[in-house]
Design a protein around this ligand. Structure first.
Ligand SMILES: [Ca+2]
Ligand SMILES: [Ca+2]
Ligand SMILES: [Ca+2]
Ligand SMILES: [Ca+2]
Length: 474
């Protein structure tokens, strides 16, 4: 297995604090807040509000927004842009999609102007985040229970660290932070990978014309399929919300008549709610996803394997598939999933022999096979896979890409012991390449609540399971 992943993974399990959606924290107006976000003593805090959110900012110290003020009314353009973006995000996320509203912060020592969610501008030079000073959260953390809680959020004062256009970044930040406040109203201690992925997913729903960024694609399952879907945070910065594409895949896949089923994610969050909203028990992220899929007679494992396999066909799989391709190409990256190993066949090389790799839970590898000189046009290739027992959820699929641009795709049915095979076309000059996608689709967790950054704060039962493959010319 790739050493880089093993080290990263091990480090994440050891050093990352429990990944929770809303950690306790102090507001920029609180003298005990960290320097990074603290407002100057006695600074007059300005507020501009929507029906559910108040944007807070100061004119002095390190944290003011840029002073550009096109209409000269004393309110900077950035603040006006944020207020409009929050109003739009509220109307889609809450009114239209039916997500629950953020909780009022009236129990906090400092509720700001009133009980609406407070968003503070501070010079953080990174993506916005939310913290909580809700007494309920403090109490829940102390008793290792989950709870819904109110939050306040912090976003960068000038969004100067972004590559995107300011107007786009304003909208992205508003949609993402509003959703983090919504998520905390379900379960403020829900797995952070899922909260962040949902926030990124919904920004793409609220503002459909918001361009996808290269980072949203490069850190995720297309170019790093061999990382666990719920692998979150340091030491791989940028992976924080990489799972959004899976949520996009699910809503598009479950949709009808070309319209995505965005209500699916709302249902998942209802199942994930701390009060057991949808089902009577407080599920964790992956469990809630699996449960919501099971109500649609789908299983998470099969759907996740299909996701990895269909990422080879972005135009057929995603309504924005062409945009994903263009974005990667513009960033100088080949717009195809990452291939772990490519095997070449010739007159002399007729078999790969057995190869092995240990796969993380909820991850996949792609293996390529290419006919070179001397492989006859009528040649066939026998693909063999030897994974763990079916109880550990191995999955194998393939695509045959022909030289004339056509394609043929299929599954390899695995037996109880995880072995299986399939013979496919492999003619020299006829087939460009065969791709075998092997997925460890296991979402079984143990030792929940032990402080890892994976789902349920636990450990994956089928971690680094051995998978083997072999291909032989017929
Ligand atoms: Ca103005
Ligand atoms: Ca408030
Ligand atoms: Ca800044
Ligand atoms: Ca939960």
């Amino acid at each position: 297995m790739p050493i880089r992943i093993a080290i990263a993974m091990l480090a994440s399990l050891l050093i990352v604090p429990p990944a929770i959606a809303a950690e306790p924290g102090a507001r920029p107006t609180d003298p005990t807040a960290p320097q990074e976000i603290r407002y100057p003593n006695g600074a007059s805090v300005q507020q501009h509000c929507t029906p559910r959110v108040c944007v807070n900012w100061v004119r002095s110290g390190a944290h003011p927004p840029p002073s550009d003020d096109t209409d000269s009314d004393g309110v900077p353009d950035l603040i006006e842009g944020l207020v409009v973006a929050y109003s739009q995000a509220e109307s889609v996320e809450i009114e239209q999609l039916g997500f629950t509203a953020p909780l009022p912060d009236s129990d906090s020592d400092d509720e700001g102007l009133d009980d609406r969610v407070d968003v503070y501008l501070a010079d953080i030079d990174r993506e916005g985040y939310c913290l909580s000073d809700d007494p309920d959260l403090k109490q829940a953390v102390e008793s290792s229970a989950h709870t819904a809680a109110s939050v306040f959020c912090v976003i960068d004062n000038d969004l100067s660290d972004r590559t995107g256009a300011p107007a786009d970044e304003i909208r992205r930040e508003a949609a993402r932070t509003l959703f983090q406040a919504i998520a905390a109203a379900y379960d403020a201690l829900e797995d952070e990978w899922f909260t962040q992925a949902s926030a990124t997913w919904i920004a793409d729903v609220v503002f459909d014309d918001l361009p996808v960024t290269a980072e949203m694609l490069t850190s995720g399952p297309i170019l790093q399929p061999d990382y666990p879907l719920d692998f979150f945070g340091e030491p791989e910065p940028g992976r924080v919300d990489s799972a959004w594409l899976f949520l996009r895949f699910l809503t598009e896949h479950l949709g009808t008549d070309g319209l995505p089923d965005n209500g699916f994610l709302r249902q998942v969050w209802e199942f994930a709610a701390a009060d057991g909203g949808g089902s009577g028990i407080d599920m964790y992220s992956m469990q809630a996803l699996a449960h919501a899929l099971s109500l649609r007679e789908l299983d998470l494992e099969t759907v996740f394997a299909s996701f990895n396999w269909l990422n080879w066909l972005p135009l057929e799989t995603y309504s924005d598939g062409q945009e994903y391709i263009d974005t990667l190409v513009a960033a100088g990256i080949e717009p195809l999933p990452y291939v772990t190993k490519t095997h070449y066949f010739s007159k002399r090389v007729y078999t790969t022999g057995w190869w092995a790799q240990a796969l993380f839970h909820m991850s996949a590898i792609n293996v390529g096979f290419r006919p070179k000189k001397g492989v006859a046009p009528s040649t066939r290739l026998r693909l063999q896979v030897d994974g763990p027992k079916l109880t550990s959820f191995p999955q194998a699929r393939f695509h045959i890409f022909f030289t004339d641009g056509t394609r043929s795709s299929g599954f390899i049915r695995l037996r109880e012991d995880g072995t299986g095979g399939r013979t496919v076309d492999f003619g020299g000059g006829v087939v460009d390449r065969v791709i075998l996608t092997i997925t460890n689709a296991s979402a079984r967790y143990v030792d929940c609540g032990t402080g890892t950054s994976l789902s349920c704060g636990g450990r994956a039962l089928d971690e680094l399971t051995d998978y083997r493959w072999r291909a032989t010319i017929r």
